[in-house]
Design a protein around this ligand. Structure first.
Ligand code: FAD
Length: 404
């Protein structure tokens, strides 16, 4: 008998499957893709992903995958000042000490293989509908790789099927609301100069509010991209590809791109932001990762939160198996655990996202940080959640920065 049907084998689904094995739950993991498959992404894996990989005993393997280890984060301002946060040098144990950039084609394939070694899987299986009985989700219907309709039943269905989740849509929980969704394009390059062990997020004047990222993707390649909120994109006359060209050809960046070559046509995808707290559970189901809208609104990171949601969802599933209660009342704990961990950070990032609308404030904060280590520590503390979010509302935050 299957305890949990996991729909989608990205970071959320694969992590859920790996925790299921630890908790003695019997799962089936379904994905419409056949691995290895690409996923449009910046490919950056930060603190939370590293924590989960360590907990699952995967870190040694992941360190050997093709990609780059990250020891610094660079933030750049609209007037092209920048400062670095050094991850290794941080004294606080809650601060992240390293990260990775690993192309998703490689990382997700590794995670899928790990999950497949402990869980029954079906690749090339497209979930098309839910089976509902007495107001409970009790299974799914889909098409297998041979084109035949097949159904699976279980007391829990986990929707780990990304930003366009069929599970969320079938339950009427899919919200493509412009205010809480970003859109971004990614392009792999080779020949970009000065790639080291840092990921760079530049809040450039060519795309305000929004950001330009430049990540070392390993093997001399770079993962480059531009992200912007959907509502701001609607007002834009330029396409994201055009903006990317403008940025890479700007006075500030053109030297680094002088010998660079695009390895693909820039490709875009949506980022469902955690700036709104979406409903993520109900009778017989939980939504995880992008399907639950957990992407950080300031940095665009979603892999870490997707993995964290995989852990909590399975812990709650294990309790339900013991109690026999698969109702929304039992699954409310999933939402409490998940938002208890990621909520504060997402709210802080939502505030930072609004701060980033002002070029003046971005220049002010980043220029100060470029000159002052104390300000760098404040920002580092803020990103790791040690500075209360309320401070971002008031003058205290700016005074701290001004007088540091
Ligand atoms: C341009 C861009 C850049 C980004 N950069 C970063 C970054 O640098 N770092 C970071 O942490 N995050 C980044 N993100 C966010 C990150 O990609 C997502 O948050 C993350 O992939 C979420 O993982 P997931 O497992 O929830 O969903 P996904 O990774 O989207 O996986 C969903 C899976 O479900 C499968 N699926 C979908 N529908 C069905 C169906 N009907 N039946 C069966 N299977 C189905 C898909 O094939 C897929 O394998 C970026 C996003 C974008 C768009």
């Amino acid at each position: 008998m299957i305890d949990v049907i996991i729909v989608g084998a990205g970071p959320a689904g694969a992590t859920a499957a790996l925790y299921a094995q630890k908790l003695n739950l019997n799962c089936i993991l379904l994905d419409k893709a056949v691995f290895p498959r690409d996923k449009i992404c910046g490919d950056a894996l930060s603190g939370k992903s590293v924590r989960i990989m360590r907990e699952l005993g995967l870190l040694d393997d992941v360190e050997k995958l093709e990609g780059s280890e990250i020891n610094r984060i660079t933030f750049g301002s609209p007037n092209n000042k920048q400062f670095d946060i050094h991850l290794k040098g941080t004294k606080n144990k809650n601060h992240i000490t390293k990260g990775f950039v690993i192309p998703r084609k490689i990382f997700d394939n590794y995670m899928f293989d790990k999950a497949a070694s402990v869980t029954e899987t079906r690749q090339g299986f497209t979930v098309q509908d839910l089976i509902l009985e007495n107001d409970h989700v009790v299974g799914i219907v889909g098409k297998n790789k041979n084109g035949n309709v097949e159904e699976f039943r279980a007391p829990i269905v986990m929707g780990c099927d990304g930003s366009n989740s069929i599970i969320a849509r079938k339950l009427g929980l899919y919200e493509m609301d412009m205010e809480n969704t970003s859109v971004a394009v990614r392009c792999y390059y080779e020949g970009v100069k000065d790639l080291t062990d840092q990921i760079e997020l530049h809040y450039v004047k060519e795309v305000n509010p929004g950001y330009f990222w430049l990540f070392p993707a390993g093997e001399g390649r770079a993962n480059i991209g531009i992200g912007l909120s959907k509502s701001d994109m609607k007002k834009e006359k330029r396409t994201l590809r055009q903006i990317m060209d403008e940025v890479t050809q700007s006075d500030y960046f053109k030297e680094r791109f002088a010998d660079a070559k695009q390895l693909e046509r820039p490709v875009g995808w949506n980022l469902p932001l955690g700036s709104s707290h979406r409903k993520n559970y109900g009778n017989g189901f939980m939504l995880l990762g992008d399907a639950a809208g957990l992407v950080d609104p300031f940095t665009g990171e979603g892999i870490g939160n997707a993995m964290v949601s995989g852990q909590y969802a399975m812990e709650v599933a294990a309790k339900s198996k013991l109690s026999g209660d698969y109702s929304k009342h039992a699954f409310a704990e999933y939402d409490e655990l998940l938002w208890g961990e990621v909520g504060k950070e997402l709210r802080t990032s939502t505030k930072l996202q609004s701060l980033a609308r002002s070029k003046f404030l971005l220049n002010f904060v980043i220029n100060r940080a470029a000159r002052n280590e104390e300000v760098q520590n404040i920002i580092s503390g803020m990103l790791s959640n040690e500075i209360p979010k309320d401070e971002l509302n008031g003058p205290l935050f700016y005074l701290k920065i001004l007088f540091s």
